[in-house]
Design a protein around this ligand. Structure first.
Ligand code: AMP
Length: 212
């Protein structure tokens, strides 16, 4: 039973692939970005502390995210996909020592050129009610402004998907993820997929990598 750690810039399609892996291969999915947004929505103490950090596209404190992650996954209950954690080398080690605790895992890196990422992110829209993710250009809702999955009309653009913040998120990403990729490469547990392919092709690549 291998746990999966999805790595890739914001907009590289990790979340979309995770949803599909859950549906077709029965994984459990935990996304630290989703967990943090849910804390903000619920107005918890943690949510209040991190709201400004997410709005600015900066990273939340490692220990805070680790605690949230630990509270929301139970590796004894099945195979997990970690999405959005680790974001830096410290988190890679925290994940190994405090969550995976000796369990086998595989890093899947969604590689994609920055200009494509920026275009994807500025076109990304999310349903506030069910979390379904759309892209105005490549995957728009069937009826404009209405969620295909739950019929809600609450389709919105995340604050941090606005152009000014995206640039900062990309900078933060580039400066922190390199050592994580190197760490996984050295351990020989990293596979790379070309994330600029069509969603179905990426899924096939991921499936192949996971089964090898
Ligand atoms: P995401 O949905 O993965 O793009 O995450 C959205 C935002 O949540 C990020 O820009 C960070 O502010 C915060 N965040 C998510 N995961 C982490 C993490 N592992 N460490 C620190 N901050 C995180």
């Amino acid at each position: 039973m291998t746990q999966l750690v999805l790595l890739g810039a914001p907009g590289s399609g990790k979340g979309t692939q995770a949803v599909r892996l859950v549906k077709e291969h029965g994984y459990n999915h935990v996304s630290t970005g989703d967990l943090l947004r849910s804390e903000i929505k619920k107005g918890t103490e943690l949510g209040k502390k991190v709201d400004g950090v997410l709005k600015a596209g900066e990273l939340v404190n490692d220990d805070m995210v680790l605690e949230l992650l630990k509270a929301n996954c139970d590796l004894e209950s099945g195979q997990y996909i970690f999405d959005g954690f680790p974001r830096n080398i410290e988190q890679a080690k925290l994940l190994e020592d405090n969550v995976l605790k000796g369990k086998a895992y595989l890093g899947v890196y969604f590689n994609m050129p920055t200009n494509v990422l920026v275009e994807r992110l500025t076109n990304r829209r999310v349903c506030k009610d069910c979390g379904a993710v759309y892209n105005l250009k490549f995957l728009p809702p069937k009826k404009e402004g209405v969620c295909d999955k739950c019929n809600s009309t609450n389709i919105y653009q995340r604050d941090d998907d606005k152009k000014e913040v995206i640039e900062n998120r990309m900078e933060v990403y580039k400066s922190t993820i390199g050592p994580v990729l190197d760490y996984y490469r050295e351990k020989n547990i990293l596979v790379e997929v070309d994330a600029s392919l069509e969603i179905d092709q990426v899924f096939q690549e991921v499936t192949k990598a996971v089964k090898e």
